[in-house]
Ligand binder design. Structure first.
Ligand code: AMP
Ligand code: MN
Ligand code: ZN
Length: 937
């Protein structure tokens, strides 16, 4: 800070002799370092060295065990461990964090220590964030504070203000907080709906196989004539029937055929003579922001044989992210396209981008390929990725910086990589930066190819490998984030925390709230509520709104705005009774012996739970997921186009399994099912290996595979399991059986305790089982009732159908009055779902008995045979279709929140979507200020 403070002074104090002192003071940033850069470089070097060193420690398992048998090694580990803890402890104290890393009196297991580290990291990063903001001259908006609290005034010192000739140095800190949202200017509104991505393509240049009729049929995609005649729910249904036959096309890669049939161009088959780039300063760099210029550029590109491409993207203040800039370089010229301005016209570049005779050179195209599809409907046929080329050459470092240094001796500096590329007009320095990203790329491409030939003894096989990897990249499809009832578990599993059912319920609510809000407001989830804050709120379950605020520093604006809703979630979560097993676990925790990672007693390397084959099990599960993903996309589309709402509802206990992947094809009129619906063409794949252990226990013995699956599940629950002292302690056998040894004593104590624990667990399980049985009984009754009212509801729906038929016959077109009609029609169905899924009993028994399921399937069949057959609402597991009103009226209800957005959106002058299609879960009521952007031009 000292350095920066005086650096700020120098703009005004250049010729002032009095300032000499402060300048010489600033010569040393801190002892031994002349400036912050030097300090950072040194710090980074140290961290890298430490990481390397830790990576080369003996691996857990045999190698480590072997080393540990030497007392010298043990002593060394103990001493170094102690030193490390001391060092960390000091660092934490320095930052004013809770620190008892070395306190052996406290229950500081590895897990708790890890928590401390995470906590401290949060604090430190937060400070960094605040300082960066201050450096960029931004005053943070004041968070809501408890009543009576007077926030200190934040003084933004002048050193960080832009001024004089220092502008170039300070620009990269530009945060652009007050930038106008580019989304507001988009001609085609963004589609954040909870439906799978459908390509934006509508014309297909360079087609070998023509574009499917779904994309060329404007009426089909855009007009939805059914919208005019019928209530929204029915309109969706009709639309779905009409589009179903196109399902395969909708989710296929439009250029799959062309890319599949591409052969490597002759030009790549021989070693090239590198063609040197023109000096950057002497090259014209045209900024393109009009359609005319874009068309001219496209023509130029269409006549070239190769060009280089790069994109700049912004992802913080938008749900799906926005491509802000496209850089293109030919051998002679550079171009920068303002893709915010020309977003809807970018598709014309498909002419050159999909031309199989033109090589498009990218560096690390993975994201670029997705962004091109997502924002512009642009595809690439014939691409060469210099990142993959670098990898094939084993250059060690494959970044563009490195290649530029290596081949062009250019010191590029990626400091604008994460700049806010929405800024307009773009500062000169950012433009130059962007230009440099593609300017040298064609030369780098030449050099890499030449090297690839050399590396392959003059043969083209390495180039072939890179080219075919690049080809695979071109086939990558953009996948939109889809919210499901399981999404929160994915994030939960990634975090190294173990929540009880209250905390998990809160987490689930927060997750749903955040997802919905992010989509509606078109903000990233990280902007709405960053993961670590969400975890913290769920973990602490604050009793008061202020407590929630205290978990979030700085408080995100939307959290502040909806603090009462959030408070309600937490309150509800707190009211959930803890499961018996959890209560037992809490007790167990309290009784358990202190788990010090006393290295002399226990090796912290118990990997007996996780073996290589376990990992293989997981990866095969992953493969299975991938296989199923495609049909799942279709099903999600189906589902979401029928069901209009999805919200987090009554909490369920943590389930750690890999389920609900959908298989088989959906055919007209068949509803998806999440679980064991065998009545339709849609089957479900559940990997039973990961089923609850209790179920497994019932069937008698546990197979090896099941055991492994179980241990994987456990490792999800507690990722540190393998580092904790196991029940089966790894110590020298002699010591274990020598009654005079301390180890003998401890080992026995552990054994006794584990027997006690096992007994308690069995008791708890039995009780829980009995409870579950009772609940299942209740749930069954509820479901029966629900079925009945469902039948009634179906009759209502068919009446509406008849009405439409009648009205059509009569030639009278009923005007659709907003969404009221739809709401009315849907009500009975919603009621059914409420009784079905809103009941706590139904929820707390997630796995009803087989008998129940059979019964259900039969009921469902009956239901299907009534007039409105195709959609079996009763089979849906989406509680959300309960209609948004759960038993508890305080319960999270996305519909309730809509009014606020609506008002604000209206104020912003955002055009409302009056279509009222219930395609997305937040647009059930058609007026949510949300735009379904079915591909349109
Ligand atoms: P580049 O290809 O390096 O020009 O990066 C293109 C875009 O990728 C940037 O505009 C950023 O939005 C994003 N990006 C690049 N590097 C990172 C990173 N390390 N973290 C997050 N986003 C990145
Ligand atoms: Mn890039
Ligand atoms: Zn770039």
């Amino acid at each position: 800070m000292a350095a920066s403070a005086s650096a700020g002074g120098c703009a005004t104090a250049k010729n002032n002799p009095a300032s000499k002192d402060s300048e010489s003071e600033a010569e040393e940033f801190c002892p031994g370092f002349k400036d912050a850069d030097a300090f950072v470089k040194h710090g980074l070097g140290t961290v890298v060295a430490a990481t390397k060193a830790s990576g080369s420690l003996p691996q857990a398992g045999d190698e480590f065990d072997f080393y540990r048998s030497f007392p010298g090694f043990q002593d060394f580990c103990a001493a170094q461990g102690e030193r490390l803890l001391h060092c960390m402890s000091q660092l934490m104290q320095h930052h004013g964090c809770r620190s008892h890393m070395r306190d052996k009196n406290k229950l500081t297991g590895l897990e708790e220590r890890f928590d401390l580290v995470v906590e401290s990291n949060d604090v430190i990063l937060e400070k960094v964030g605040i300082m960066l903001d201050e450096a960029s001259g931004v005053t943070r908006s004041q968070p809501v504070m408890p009543a009576g609290y007077q926030p200190p005034k934040i003084v933004v010192s002048s050193w960080n203000r832009k001024g004089g000739n220092r502008s170039a140095e300070t620009f990269h800190l530009l945060h652009a907080k007050n930038i106008q949202r580019p989304q507001l200017k988009f001609k085609d509104k963004v589609d954040n709906s909870n439906t799978p991505f459908v390509s934006k393509i509508f014309v297909k240049p360079n087609a070998v196989k023509p574009l499917s009729s779904y994309f060329t049929n404007k009426q089909l995609r855009e007009e939805r004539p059914e919208d005019l005649d019928v209530p929204p729910a029915l309109a969706d249904f009709i639309h779905q029937l009409r589009t179903q036959e196109h399902m395969d096309d909708m989710f296929a890669h439009p250029y799959q055929y062309e890319v599949d049939h591409l052969v490597m161009p002759e030009s790549l088959k021989s070693k090239p003579e590198p063609q040197l780039y023109k000096p950057l300063a002497e090259t014209s760099c045209k900024f393109i922001e009009t359609l005319d210029d874009l068309v001219a550029l496209n023509e130029k590109l269409a006549n070239s044989t190769e060009f280089a491409v790069d994109l700049e993207h912004h992802s913080y203040r938008s749900f799906l992210g926005i491509t802000c800039l496209m850089q293109i370089s030919t051998r002679e010229e550079d171009f920068i396209i303002d893709t915010l301005e020309l977003r809807s016209e970018m598709y014309i570049l498909n002419e050159s981008f999909t031309d199989p005779t033109i090589v498009k050179v990218f560096h690390g195209a993975d994201s670029d390929i997705e962004w091109l599809q997502k924002d512009f409907g642009v595809y690439v046929v014939n691409m060469f990725d210099t990142h993959h080329a670098a990898r094939s050459l084993n250059l060690g470092r494959n970044s563009l910086d490195h290649l530029l240094k290596l081949y062009c001796n250019v010191d590029s500096n990626k400091r604008y990589q994460l700049a806010d590329w929405r800024i307009r007009p773009l500062p000169e320095e950012m433009l130059t930066y962007a230009q440099a990203d593609t300017h040298y790329l064609l030369y780098v491409y030449d050099r890499l190819r030449a090297d690839l030939f050399d590396a392959a003894n003059g043969q083209s096989n390495l180039v072939q490998v890179v080219w075919s990897k690049s080809k695979d990249l071109c086939l990558k499809k953009y996948v939109k984030p889809i919210f499901t009832e399981e999404s929160y578990m994915e994030l939960y599993r990634k975090q190294k925390k173990s929540f009880n059912s209250q905390q998990l319920a809160a987490f689930r609510h927060l997750y749903g709230w955040r997802d919905k809000l992010a989509r509606v407001e078109d903000e990233s989830t990280g902007y709405v509520l960053p993961n670590h804050m969400m975890m913290k709120i769920a973990e602490e379950l604050p009793k008061e709104p202020q407590g929630i605020i205290a978990c979030c520093n700085p408080t995100p604006p939307l959290v502040r705005q909806q603090i009462n809703e959030l408070h309600q979630f937490i309150k509800q979560a707190r009211e959930i009774p803890l499961l018996k097993a959890e209560v037992a676990a809490e007790k167990k925790k309290a009784m358990a012996p202190k788990r010090k990672s006393e290295s002399t007693l226990f090796g912290p390397h118990d990997t007996s739970h996780v073996s290589e084959s376990d990992l293989m099990d997981l990866s095969s599960c992953e493969k299975e997921r991938k296989k199923l993903k495609y049909s799942r996309e279709k099903l999600i589309f189906l589902r979401n186009s029928v069901y209009s709402n999805m919200e987090p509802s009554t909490p369920i206990p943590p389930e750690i399994h890999c389920k609900s992947e959908w298989k088989a094809d959906a055919k007209v009129g068949v509803l998806f099912s999440e679980e064991d619906d065998t009545s339709g063409l849609v089957a479900s794949a559940k990997i039973t290996l990961f089923a609850e252990s209790e179920e497994l226990g019932e069937s008698g013995h546990i197979t090896v595979a099941q055991q492994k699956a179980h241990s994987i599940m456990e490792s999800f629950e507690n990722p540190f399991r393998m580092y904790l002292p196991s029940k089966d302690i790894h110590i020298s056998k002699n010591a274990k059986y020598d009654p005079s040894s301390k180890i003998y004593e401890i080992s026995n104590r552990w054994k006794l305790q584990s027997i006690e624990q096992q007994q308690k667990e069995v008791q708890a399980k039995q009780k829980a089982k009995q409870q579950a049985k009772e609940q299942a009984k209740k749930a069954k009754e509820e479901r029966k009732k629900a079925k009945q009212s469902y039948q009634e509801a179906l009759q209502d729906v068919s009446t509406v159908r008849q009405q439409i038929a009648e009205s059509k016959q009569g030639g009278q077109k009923r005007e659709r009055v907003a969404s009221e009609v739809g709401e009315e029609t849907l009500k009975p169905i919603k009621k059914v779902m409420k009784t079905d899924k809103g009941t706590p009993a139904a929820v707390q028994s997630p796995a009803p008995s087989k008998k129940n399921q059979k019964q259900e399937a039969e009921d469902a069949k009956q239901a299907q045979s009534s007039t409105f057959t195709p959609f079996d609402y009763s089979q849906s597991d989406f509680k959300v279709f309960a209609g948004g009103k759960s038993k508890d009226s305080k319960h999270f209800d996305p519909n309730r929140q809509s009014h606020e957005f609506r008002r604000r959106k209206n104020q912003r002058g955002n055009k409302q979507n009056s279509g009222g299609r219930s395609m997305s879960y937040m647009s059930a009521k058609s007026d949510r200020g949300f735009h379904h952007n079915w591909p349109k031009r």
